[in-house]
Design a protein. Structure first.
Length: 464
């Protein structure tokens, strides 16, 4: 465990992380600096730098990620300028076998609830620039005293190209298990940024410790395939044709059982960063209704329900009207509202939408950051308040319906009736169950309606 607490002035413990700008084998450099009258000690892991300039897109992409300062006290860096992003806290290993670390901002709090922040493609520690401000706000009693943790996943930095959502789920499982057993955390809220949103959605579906998750925040849930078409370096027919050819190649490799094999380097350059990318991940990021395709604007309401219908905890969807990775033809407010409605908690009114007028994909402006953290503070502060309804028996019922449907032979229809007193919430419950069940049409029937089907009908029926 690395404790970055400052010993006291004039000492300054400065940890700089330089992700994604070195070629193999390891992209991490740590520098520990003290004041001008003390020694400068450095440990560099990874020695071979790229020997030629990065493409223009990549230089812009990584310029803001080259330097991240952690554990800083004082107003100036060695060059006399204040670091762009800084946070004091504790860095610890949650996976001793592979050395995967997580950073708790301010470190070692006394609360039992944690906001776990999952970054997007190429992200790493503190790449979410709003994290220090967010941690300061949500740690307050008004927000419910949440601790803030950001993990490094297998897919962080350059690992995104050969990773997968399921591998990220495994890492999040290890992290939550560690937080529970070693750091006193019993409840978590998951915050996903960009492709981290897909990680969060996937985790709620298959995560082993998903019962610990009490809320979800999706910040910048965008379509990777729409973003790639928008930001592709060439709009000429030649580039578009090449991109389409690589999409076909990746799909064929996956079909042939070679999804783990790496695509040609030219294919990764079309994606953006010059990192290795497997055929599986290329296909997943560029295909329709693939594992990573959850937020595309051309998905039908039914397809969105298949992707998001299992979200059964209070959710905040945050989008920026000027997100540079969303095509101008897409109304992000309308799309976000469709996402919220597709969730199981949508009918309960517990899937909220915040549309920020000017914030961009990463909420880099001060006003956007302030809007975001203020909303998150209110959102987390309302969790567990009296009168806030949560899904409980509905989820168990949805699982039973899925089991019943699987036992019905020949694709025959299955009718499920929810019976109760007027005003007891049958319609709301049925709508929530219908989203969770995935595809079947679930409609509440009144007591009178139960008499409509022919008793001799072969349609299987269950009354709940």
């Amino acid at each position: 465990m690395w404790n970055t607490r400052v010993l006291g002035p004039p000492r300054v413990a400065l940890y700089k992380v330089f992700p994604a700008v070195v070629a193999a084998p390891a992209p991490l450099c740590c520098i520990i600096a003290f004041n001008a009258f003390q020694t400068l000690a450095g440990v560099a892991l990874g020695t071979r730098l790229l020997r030629r300039p990065l493409p223009g897109f990549c230089r812009r992409h990584f310029r803001s990620r080259v330097q991240v300062a952690m554990g800083v006290e004082g107003s100036a860096d060695s060059d006399g300028k204040a670091p762009q992003t800084a946070a004091q806290g504790e860095l610890f290993l949650y996976n001793e076998d592979f050395g995967y670390a997580a950073f708790e901002v301010s470190g070692g709090g006394a609360g039992t609830r944690a906001l776990v922040c999952i970054g997007g493609l190429t992200d790493g520690l503190l790449s979410l620039r709003y994290l220090p401000t967010l941690a300061e706000v949500v740690s307050s009693h008004k927000a419910g005293s949440w601790r803030v943790v950001q993990p490094v996943l297998q897919s962080s930095y350059r690992g995104w190209g050969t990773g997968s959502l399921d591998e990220d789920v495994e890492d999040i499982d290890r992290l939550l298990s560690y937080l529970s057993s070693h750091r006193g955390i019993s409840e978590v809220a998951l915050l996903g940024h960009s492709t981290g949103c897909q990680d969060v959605v996937r985790y709620l579906a298959v995560g082993k410790h998903s019962s610990m998750v009490k809320a979800v925040i999706l910040q910048a849930p965008v379509s990777d395939r729409e973003a790639l078409l928008l930001t592709n370096t060439g709009s000429s027919d030649g580039v578009d044709t090449t991109f389409a050819q690589y999409c076909e190649l990746a799909a064929q490799m996956v079909s042939d059982g070679r999804g783990d094999e790496v695509m040609p380097r030219a294919a990764s350059l079309l994606i953006g960063p010059p990192h290795a990318i497997s055929a599986y991940r290329f296909n997943s990021l560029t295909g329709c209704m693939t594992d990573d395709d959850m937020f595309s604007s051309d998905l039908t309401d039914s397809e969105l329900q298949r992707r998001l219908g299992h979200i059964c905890v209070p959710t905040l969807v945050v989008v920026s009207v000027d997100d540079e990775y969303v095509p101008p033809t897409v109304d992000c407010r309308t799309l976000a509202a469709r996402m919220a409605d597709a969730m199981a908690v949508g009918p309960l009114g517990q899937a909220e939408v915040l549309a920020i007028q000017q914030g961009g994909h990463a909420l880099r402006t001060p006003s956007a950051t302030q809007q975001f953290v203020d909303k998150v503070q209110r959102f987390l502060g309302l969790l567990g308040q009296p009168g806030q309804r949560s899904l409980s028996w509905e989820i168990a019922m949805a699982k039973d319906i899925q089991r019943w449907a699987s036992e019905v032979a020949g694709g025959r229809p299955l009718m499920v009736a929810l019976v109760g007193m007027p005003g007891s919430g049958k319609t709301t419950a049925a709508n929530a169950i219908g989203r969770w069940v995935d595809r079947p049409s679930v409609e509440p029937l009144s007591d009178d309606a139960l008499e409509l089907p022919d008793p001799k009908s072969e349609i299987p029926r269950f009354c709940c």
